[in-house]
Design a protein around this ligand. Structure first.
Ligand code: THU
Length: 133
């Protein structure tokens, strides 16, 4: 599984660049798109606390800048024993670019700890289709 190792590495590299002077909690995310491209992001905090951004949001912004809009897999990594699952806001942000087979892989230092589908993390979600009339 070369690709999963690469994505894990990218997420880890991103995590190590996180700007987290307030929480000291580094998070990294790496996206594999349906076209096979990869994008990563880290959390960037702010002295005005609510203005901080999550790692997933950074990776999504990078993906969109790269001209891509379909997330096949997203790897999220953080420190500690608990699963670093995306926050509620990030679940919705991922949902915008997810499909039925999108996988969200939650990782730790040892590798992937648990993988979820989008529907598992955000059931009965609201998405772009809801705006079709
Ligand atoms: N954080 C993320 O970047 N992604 C997550 O999935 C969970 C939380 C960040 C936000 C904040 O900078 C720090 O982790 C502590 O909440």
């Amino acid at each position: 599984m070369k690709q999963s190792t690469e994505l894990l590495e990218m997420a880890t590299e991103a995590m190590n660049k996180a700007y987290v002077p307030y929480s000291r909690f580094q998070v990294g995310a790496a996206i594999l798109t349906a076209n096979g491209q990869v994008y990563s992001g880290c959390n960037v905090e702010n002295a005005a606390f609510p203005e901080g951004t999550c790692a997933e949001a950074g990776a999504i912004a990078s993906m969109v800048l790269g001209g891509e809009t379909q997330i096949k897999d997203i790897y999220v990594i953080g420190n500690g024993d608990a699963l670093v699952t995306p926050c509620g806001g990030c679940r919705q942000k991922i949902r915008e670019f997810a499909s039925a087979d999108t996988q969200i892989h939650i990782c730790g230092a040892e590798g992937v700890r648990k993988s979820f589908t989008m529907n598992e993390l955000l059931p009965y979600s609201f998405g772009p289709e809801n705006l079709e009339q």
